[in-house]
Design a protein around this ligand. Structure first.
Ligand code: SF4
Length: 337
């Protein structure tokens, strides 16, 4: 998947969550005049994608438009058309925190769904009752697929969020979706009752075999559970997640093993071959899709994959010899393995 940042602004700015949001620091560097990715920039990106095989094959899996709040971009419909000329699989991620059906953001989302762009959401319990629940109901009329990101700070928080989804889908005719959510709810309830302070390993063992998708022709539902992380005042992400504070969170780096499975494209064009949005401060560069030629991008990818492999091998040695957390000269985060 190619994950492309198309918008810096977010309608949730100035609220208490902002400083802890993982994209707050990387995005706040953008001047207001560059908050919206332009159609012209999208076209430059699309042309490069088609001329760099590694990017094109990711795009054929999916291009995910994100931000900030992607629906805040006034040109998002035109931008999605540009990317749809590269791949039929274009989706957009939204917080669905919308005031009314008259909102331009909602009008854009409707137009996108009509153009077969899948709209996915991150669940926000604070926005659920006043906004997300109502607009999710409306989305059911407009698209037959959905992926929900559930970012959780604790097992109780996860239980609450699964409960919101379960209650929502229980009144609908999608039994396969409620069965999937019920299975999540039961497993989380067992964890809370028997292992309330479990580590991530036990959590993964108990949740491990649960499907991520409930797939029937009439409705495809996907759910992605993501532990939340604290972000320090300099924008660095903590090494342990909030729900499992005793475990160092290790990130597998496919690029270090010679495989590019995902590419995050920041709004300034910088690319990283994982889901990091800039707050892991990884130094090896994979090229700038706006500024570099296809040949330069391919050269940087090749060189940086070797640097990552070398740095990851040193991280492994550090972890084995009790020096986990030490920075290596390759400039990669110490928790990448
Ligand atoms: S080493 Fe860099 S590219 Fe690899 S997973 Fe870590 S942050 Fe991402």
């Amino acid at each position: 998947m190619l994950s492309i940042f198309v918008e810096t602004s977010c309608n949730r700015y100035n609220r208490d969550e902002c400083e802890f949001c993982h994209v707050y620091e990387p995005l706040m560097e953008h001047p207001v005049s560059e908050w919206h990715l332009t159609v012209q920039q999208a076209q430059v990106m699309a042309d490069k994608i088609q001329n760099v095989e590694a990017l094109n094959s990711l795009a054929q899996q999916e291009i995910n438009l994100t931000g900030g709040e992607a629906s805040q971009n006034p040109d998002i419909v035109e931008i999605s058309k540009v990317f749809q000329s590269v791949t039929p699989h274009v989706c957009l991620h939204t917080n669905l925190d919308i005031l009314s059906k008259k909102s331009q953001r909602w009008q854009r989302l409707v137009e996108l769904m009509e153009r077969d762009v899948r709209i996915d959401i991150t669940l926000y319990p604070t926005a659920w009752e006043r906004s997300q629940k109502y607009f999710l109901e409306e989305m059911l009329k407009l698209q037959s697929k959905l992926i929900v990101n559930v970012v959780f700070e604790s097992l109780a928080d996860l239980q609450n969020q699964i409960g919101l989804l379960l209650n929502f889908f229980q009144n609908k005719s999608f039994i396969h979706v409620t069965e999937l959510l019920q299975s999540y709810a039961e497993k989380v309830a067992i964890l809370i009752e028997k292992h309330p302070n479990c580590d991530e390993k036990l959590f993964t063992v108990i949740m491990g075999d649960t499907e991520a998708f409930a797939n029937k022709p009439e409705y495809i539902f996907g759910i992605s559970l993501l532990p939340a992380f604290s972000i320090d005042k300099n924008g660095y992400r903590e090494m342990t997640s909030l729900p499992f504070p005793r475990d160092r969170y290790l990130i597998g780096c496919p690029a270090a093993r010679g495989s590019i499975d995902i590419m995050t494209v920041q709004q300034n064009g910088e690319m990283t071959p994982c889901c990091d949005v800039g707050n892991l401060k990884c130094q090896p560069k994979f090229g700038n899709i706006l500024q570099d030629s296809p040949k330069e991008i391919m050269g940087k990818m090749e060189g940086s994959m070797k640097i990552l492999a070398s740095g990851i091998s040193k991280n492994h040695e550090n972890i084995k010899s009790g020096r986990a957390g030490e920075q290596v000269e390759e400039g990669i985060p110490p928790y990448c393995s």
